[in-house]
Design a protein around this ligand. Structure first.
Ligand SMILES: *Cc1c(COP(=O)(O)O)cnc(C)c1O
Length: 378
């Protein structure tokens, strides 16, 4: 049985990238590695659409975000954070652990923060140093209109615009410079199609300037140190060498496909999966769906555990379940990273067979048909 991963991180790895990572390890302080990191740094600028530095850290995405809290701010600083799911919640909890004041914008799961909510929070907290937004909230599949909100934040405050782009970068349009973003973080096991272990942090000049006055205790996650090494295409500590080699190969593929094409492919696959899911008689969970992941209500009469066990045991497909109050009530299908049209047919085909086995009543093939129509109609 083939194993197929449809989870929003880790995501499948291209074969060419796997082979690169399987090569004998090289030393990180030699010209060979410097050449690789130089190319990675150059291609990361394309990924984020920026002329600013994008730092590579050995950490998961969460470590990347932590590096921004400890390197840009001081204890007692106020930040605003939009919380519409598990990851938004994390960016409310984390700065509190560092003695910061957090103004929370509460967002219902499945929805995105509105301009009115952000504006109200800025007006009520004129001293706020930053606004943290989750571009694609992976727990709910809701996408935030970062472009519009960034403009609004810039026009109405001096707060830094900080974006958790961990499942958005590579799936959603991201124009770091043009949109006036100050901080954007992503992780290696999402849109970048390699295993977990690297985080990437893009920083504007305003963000770099903020590091000068930060008084937060830190050491490993000091972006000032990382930025200094970055100038020489180096890292302050031993990087995850094999992962950097992997991301070099993955970035070359992404850049070759072209960012516009990569974003369009994600949109096309997301639309196809949604057509397939609704064609099979299921309902979508999120109001503002992300192009990275599609959350779906478990239909009435279907037991999630049996459904998931069948999908995995019989068809080798791993999807993600719901979290917190949506545990056992929704499931999430990822189409982030290394996927094409035919992968979507596989997914919906297996979904339909599994739904039939679990007693869901619908016309077998209706989902695949709707999916194919979606793919053919573009
Ligand atoms: C996966 C994810 C994270 C956490 O990243 P880790 O690599 O698990 O630390 C944060 N935010 C979002 C939106 C994610 O999807």
């Amino acid at each position: 049985m083939k194993k197929r991963l449809f989870t929003p991180g880790p995501t499948p790895i291209p074969e060419t990238v796997m082979l690169k990572m399987a090569e004998p390890i090289i030393h990180h302080r030699n010209p060979e590695f410097n050449e690789i990191l130089t190319r990675v740094n150059k291609n990361l600028k394309v990924l984020f659409q920026t002329e600013q530095p994008v730092l590579t850290l050995t950490a998961s995405g969460t470590g990347g975000v932590e590096s921004t809290f400890v390197s840009l701010f001081s204890p007692g600083d106020t930040i605003i954070a939009a919380n519409g799911g598990k990851f938004g919640e994390r960016w409310v909890k984390m700065p509190k652990a560092f003695g910061m004041n957090v103004v929370e914008i509460k967002v219902e799961w499945g929805k995105a923060p509105t301009a009115e909510q952000v504006l109200a929070a800025l007006k009520a907290n004129p001293a706020a140093k930053a606004v943290y937004l989750v571009h694609s909230e992976t727990s709910t599949g809701a996408a935030t209109d970062v472009k519009t909100l960034a403009k609004l934040i810039r026009e109405n405050s001096n707060a830094l615009v900080c974006v958790d782009g961990i499942t958005a970068v590579g799936a959603h349009e991201m124009r770091f410079d043009e949109w006036g973003i100050d901080v954007c973080v992503t992780g290696s096991q999402k849109g970048l199609m390699i295993p977990p272990g690297l985080a990437f942090v893009a920083l504007s000049q305003r963000a770099v300037a903020a590091m000068e006055s930060s008084k937060m205790p830190r050491f490993y996650f000091d972006l000032k140190k990382a930025l200094k090494s970055y100038q020489d295409n180096d890292t302050p500590w031993t990087p995850a060498v094999s992962l950097v080699i992997g991301v070099d190969a993955a970035l070359q593929q992404i850049v070759q496909e072209g960012m516009e094409n990569v974003w369009a492919r994600h949109q096309r696959l997301a639309n196809a999966i949604r057509a397939g899911v609704t064609g099979a008689g299921l309902k979508l969970f999120s109001e503002f769906p992300s192009y990275a992941v599609t959350p779906v209500w478990v239909p009435e009469g279907v037991e999630w555990k049996k459904f998931n066990k069948t999908l995995k045991g019989k068809y080798g497909i791993t999807i993600a379940g719901g979290q917190d109050e949506y545990k056992d009530r929704i499931f999430r299908i990822s189409h982030l990273g290394y996927y094409d049209e035919l992968d979507m047919i596989t997914m919906i085909g297996a979904l339909e067979l599994t739904l039939k086995e679990c007693g869901h009543s619908f016309e077998l093939g209706a989902g695949v048909k709707a999916l194919l129509q979606s793919l053919a109609s573009r």
